[in-house]
Design a binder for this molecule. Structure first.
Ligand code: FES
Length: 130
């Protein structure tokens, strides 16, 4: 979880079941023109979001290092399934889980997780039809 920037993912990754390599940066500001990937729009839009978050009590995973499947919910969060450790920008483990919904609209009050705010702000993950 990068300060004022994307989610950096390292694992064996699939996006909607399709192989997507081992390292990705995922947009969490809502402005990328290449969602779900980061295109550095967070820098030009002045996105502000801490790379830190409160630690959530969690047990050690039975298996580490993925694999992870990422499913971008249309006009909503990123649903991630797999062996997942959420790490702050300073290297602190925030949470360990096997399923999570990550905010990608940039507006959640509980970053990096979705809190439903995307509905209130009318987040659109795809360009609007003219
Ligand atoms: S995607 Fe941002 S609050 Fe749900």
């Amino acid at each position: 979880m990068l300060e004022n920037g994307p989610l950096a993912v390292r694992a064996a990754i699939t996006i909607d079941g399709q192989p997507a390599g081992f390292r990705l940066t995922l947009c969490r500001c809502g402005a990328s023109g290449n969602k779900p990937l980061c295109d550095s729009s967070h820098a030009s839009t002045g996105f502000v979001a801490s790379g830190e978050a409160a630690t959530v009590a969690s047990e050690a995973l039975a298996q580490r290092d993925g694999p992870l499947d990422i499913h971008p919910i249309p006009n909503g969060p990123l649903r991630v399934k797999g062996n997942l450790e959420v790490i702050s920008g300073t290297g602190r483990t925030i949470a360990r889980m096997t399923e999570a919904w990550f905010c990608r609209c940039g507006q959640s009050g509980n970053k990096p997780f979705c809190d439903g705010t995307h509905k209130k702000v009318g987040f659109r993950s795809e360009p609007q039809d003219p």
